[in-house]
Design a protein around this ligand. Structure first.
Ligand SMILES: [Mg+2]
Length: 178
């Protein structure tokens, strides 16, 4: 019942995903959620870690595309300092935004990776699209009221998933399962 919310991997932070790990798995592009995955709402400039990570991805020629439910203006403004492409109004948990980003990249499902901090939107959307995905821990604990409600249900779903899949553990990088 909850399998559609099951992340393929759980990695503590997006910065722990390296170009080497991605290349070893044949992944050529990263789709990512914006809020609390890439940047914190209370630190819109992003961190030094983010800048370094994006630099590494650019050097490795791995495009990073932001797929966010926020509107065009908000996303454009938020990522302006980082020179990234994006899909706004992605309608996650629906797959539409992810599919649009994928079509622009022209890559197969197993050549891209979706990264996000919410199983009910990011992971659900990626699973619906058949795209491998990574759940990360939210950058900051505080959330909007809407996200707080989702977090309540997420906690419940995560408990069920953890019981059924004891192998589901937080990792410090992206490694093949088994
Ligand atoms: Mg988020």
């Amino acid at each position: 019942m909850f399998s559609k919310y099951k992340p393929t991997w759980m990695v503590e932070a997006i910065y722990q995903i390296t170009p080497e790990q991605l290349k070893a798995m044949g992944i050529k592009a990263v789709l990512t959620d914006l809020d609390n995955t890439l940047i914190a709402w209370n630190n819109p400039e992003g961190t030094e870690e983010l800048r370094l990570w994006l630099e590494e991805m650019t050097k490795a020629e791995i495009p990073v595309v932001v797929v966010s439910n926020n509107n065009h203006e908000r996303v454009e403004k938020a990522i302006a300092p980082f020179n990234l492409t994006f899909e706004a109004r992605a309608l996650k948990p629906l797959s539409r935004g992810l599919k649009k980003a994928q079509a622009k990249l022209g890559l197969k499902n197993n050549e891209i990776l979706m990264v996000g901090d919410q199983i009910m939107t990011d992971i659900r959307a990626a699973n619906g699209a058949g795209i491998p995905n990574v759940l990360v821990k939210p950058i900051v604990d505080t959330d909007s009221w809407k996200t707080q409600i989702n977090r309540f249900f997420e906690g419940h779903i995560m408990k069920h998933l953890a019981k059924k899949h004891p192998e589901m553990l937080w990792q410090e990088g992206l490694f093949e399962n088994e």
